[in-house]
Design a protein around this ligand. Structure first.
Ligand code: IPM
Ligand code: MN
Length: 351
């Protein structure tokens, strides 16, 4: 029997509610597929910050290194100034644990929930591989003459050859393994951001030579958003930088049916990965048992897949597909026709 150690960070707002459902599903899957695990819950988030002034320190990170994976709910608190928890906790975890890939599958399960007319599940089925450790997220830049009329603020996009290459290589591997259209699209802005995207394009072209079985393509990021709406069926796997990946995956979430279903993994292929629903803490729905837990449940499935429990992950996905097709009235909070915990129960019943 396997034994996994899972660090659970419910975080803020509805994070706790959705993670509870995810843990329920994990328990059912463990029993069914015969894997064992233990969990420890960590209280990192807005409440702890308001009480102690602490986000995450070196010791916390060291403790997390002992785990097989991290299961995260949501970070973001209405009483804390934007940026503090995001950089202090979420980005700190991603960077400290070198989770250099943000893997975001975009998959439509029920065409009734797609805002695009005439698009079917087979049309919206692709993966975004977002670089997760560099770019504009590196927090490099400065103010000059702050607060004066001559103020200048710079924010630097930092791209290393090594960082870009490991991300692109990972994306080629995902494309090969997925074996759908075997097509990898580089999404960038070579026509304007001529330093960063020159490096990305050159690296992409070089790595592509090692993958003759993979077709390659390029799309500017602005055009990519257009294709997401017009021809999402063109995509198989997309690789892009941190900022563009952040933006296009929110649009991706919408075309797959909304934040209620969108899951992601912060992956360190050689280390500890962290899985989360990509939506936020949704303060206005907190404590009402109305938020959709499926994104968190799907993130749990991604976690199991990464840990090597592919069969269990598939069972969760199949259960989710069945529920999204046959049971739910909507994927949105308060409109599902079921409460948060009932949706969790529906998944458990199908495992
Ligand atoms: C995401 C979120 C984060 C990001 C925020 C909360 C820092 O939007 O995971 O996409 O920008 O990466
Ligand atoms: Mn985002």
């Amino acid at each position: 029997m396997n034994k996994y150690k899972i660090a659970v960070i419910p975080g803020d707002g509805t994070g706790t509610e959705v993670i509870n459902e995810g843990l329920k599903v994990l328990e059912a899957t463990g029993k069914k597929f015969g894997f064992e695990y233990e969990t420890k819950t960590f209280d990192f988030g807005g409440e702890r910050y308001l009480k102690t002034g602490k986000t995450l320190d070196k010791q916390d990170i060291e403790e997390l290194r002992q785990y097989s994976a991290i299961y995260l709910g949501a970070i973001g608190h209405p009483d804390v100034k934007p940026g503090i928890l995001e950089t202090g906790i979420l980005l700190n975890l991603r960077f400290s644990l070198d989770q250099y890939i943000n893997l975001r599958p975009i998959k439509l399960y029920n065409e009734a929930f797609c805002p695009l007319k005439g698009k079917k599940p087979e049309d919206i089925d692709f993966i975004v591989v977002r670089e997760n450790s560099e770019g504009l997220y590196k927090s490099m830049g400065e103010f000059q003459n702050k607060g004066t009329k001559d103020e200048v603020a710079t924010q630097i996009s930092y791209n290393t050859r090594k960082g870009v290459e490991r991300c692109i290589r990972y994306a080629f591997e995902v494309t090969r393994k997925r074996n759908k259209g075997k097509k990898l699209t580089l999404c960038g802005k070579t026509n304007v951001l001529t330093f960063a995207w020159d490096l990305w394009q050159r690296t992409f072209n070089e790595v592509a030579k090692e993958y003759p079985d993979i077709k390659t393509d390029y799309a500017h990021v602005d055009a990519t958003t257009m294709w997401f709406v017009k021809n999402p069926e063109w995509f198989d796997v997309i690789v892009t930088d941190n900022m563009f990946g952040d933006i296009i995956t929110d649009l991706g979430a919408m075309i797959q049916g909304g934040m209620g279903i969108a899951a992601g993994g912060n992956i360190n292929p050689e280390g500890i990965s962290m899985f989360e629903p990509i939506g936020g803490s949704a303060p206005k729905y907190t404590g009402q048992n109305v938020i959709n837990p499926l994104a968190a449940i799907c993130a749990g499935a991604m976690m199991l897949e990464t840990l090597g429990e592919a069969e269990a992950a598939k069972a969760i996905e199949n259960a989710v597909i069945d529920i999204v097709r046959k049971e739910l009235k909507s994927l949105g909070a308060g409109k599902m026709g079921y409460t948060t915990s009932q949706v969790g129960d529906l998944v458990v019943a199908r495992i």
